[in-house]
Design a protein around this ligand. Sequence first.
Ligand SMILES: [Zn+2]
Length: 236
Amino acid sequence: MAKLEFKGRITYKNQKKLPASILKLIKLSPGVTAYEPIFVDSSGMQALRKNKSSDSQGQGLSTTAGLTVPAFSLSFENFDKQWTKKDASGGAQWVFNGGAVYLNVELAVYILQGYDDPPKAYAAIVEHEYLHVYDDSVLVKKTLPEELLKDDTYTKPYLVEGKAVSDSTFQSVFKGDRYLKWVEPIWAEKRNERERFRDSEQEYKRFRERIDDARSELVRPHGRPELKPRQKTPIH
Ligand SMILES: [Zn+2]
């Protein structure tokens, strides 16, 4: 049988390119394309945070300047060709012939309305969000495939070793969504680990400094009070 290959695929809900004036202020990780964020108001942002099951911060009601929301799915390259039915004495069985299984993530990057100014502060928020995007990409392209290849319940016996699956198991697990439901918590656990690191105090500090500096630069020349209260900017 052909070899099983997990392939990570990233798509973006964001479609518009970032303006060059912002793009030049952002340092992007390898392989990452930055799109213009989707702007939401504060109640929209709160709703997004509440819905995001992987939210580990427990700060659902605090102001959040940015948020990257992933939607995970799993698909076979060519399902009908990848599975062969065999008649066995105990009933029909199915054998996996190998090929690609896609680990898909659709990413949506949100920014709170009004946070696209000043440009340097905006760029810092976008840059932080695109570190989550980078993490999500590494997750489906590398970390998750490695994790799944250790899975003795479904992945190793049926998808790697090509062991025959009973028809009822095949129908619910692989044709139905039980395999997806099996993989999703593994993906979520790894994502939460990475997110906790990205949103740790240590990581936030450097972005917060850039944001706060950009804001004070904006008001310094005229000696006016700052437009927004000087606070620890939560990014996410
Ligand atoms: Zn974050």
